[in-house]
Design a protein around this ligand. Structure first.
Ligand code: C5P
Length: 234
């Protein structure tokens, strides 16, 4: 069955842990991103672990292989379960990350940021870019060949990547919006049902849970929808 990861996009340790404590037993897996990690550091990961939670550390590492390997090793020692690196860091960087990852930590590559249009990529890379989708595919291929466990993919990319790389490649999908909730600044969104049906392994849900009037109930509803679709599969 697909899992649900709650994105703790909060500006302080206290606000993040308040979400975790509100969700209680219902929340099992949390994403710590750049803002929270820069403010609260490894201590917030340790506090999540102390509460028995799994941690997705979304740092999107991109540097020379030796430096990334050091950070990956440090994240393994912290007890992180999932960590992101940038696919555009290249094969040697991802292979170094692979070798440095221990303790069962899985590595995900980020392909093309959803904030980048083909025009942005053209300027940055200095060459023709036909579609962001082609570049997502190309970078997913490099990530697969470099030993990454999977990629972060928008709900609209999941089905194609699943077809191309098979059942064992981990697909983690943000941009989840339960029926009837605000789309916010996300452009490529899908309901939990659609993401699971497309083949996503983990759904990352942020504001639809953390800003709900009743976050615990909102998460329970997402989990129930995921369970219902998974049940239909078997
Ligand atoms: O609040 P919302 O559900 O939109 O949050 C989604 C989370 O997933 C945020 O932490 C956001 O940074 C992250 N994310 C995303 N789109 C991507 C990559 C990551 O929304 N392409």
């Amino acid at each position: 069955m697909a899992g649900v990861i709650v994105a703790l996009d909060k500006p302080s340790r206290a606000e993040a842990l308040e979400v975790v404590d509100t969700l209680g037993d219902v929340g099992a897996f949390y994403k710590v991103g750049l803002e929270l990690y820069t403010r609260a550091g490894p201590a917030v990961v340790e506090e999540l672990r102390a509460r028995g939670k799994k941690v997705f550390l979304d740092l999107k590492l991109h540097d020379i292989p030796n430096t990334v390997a050091g950070a990956v090793h440090a994240a393994s020692e912290l007890g992180v379960d999932l960590l992101t690196v940038h696919g555009v860091g290249g094969g040697a960087m991802m292979e170094a990350a692979r070798r440095a990852a221990g303790g069962g930590m899985r590595l995900l590559a980020v392909t093309v940021l959803t904030s980048h249009s083909p025009d942005d990529l053209r300027v940055v890379w200095g060459r023709e870019v036909r579609s962001a989708q082609d570049e997502v595919s190309r970078l997913a291929e490099l990530a697969f060949a470099s030993g990454m466990d999977g990629v972060v993919a928008s709900p609209l990319e999941v089905a194609g990547i699943r077809r191309e790389f098979g059942a064992d490649f981990l697909l983690v999908t943000p941009g989840i919006r339960p029926e009837g909730t605000d789309q916010g600044d996300q452009k490529r969104v899908a309901t939990p049902r659609a993401a699971v049906e497309a083949g996503s392994d983990y759904l990352v849900v942020g504001r639809a849970v953390t800003r709900a009037a009743d976050p615990r109930r909102a998460l329970e509803e997402v989990l129930a929808e995921v369970r219902a679709v998974s049940g239909e599969d078997h």
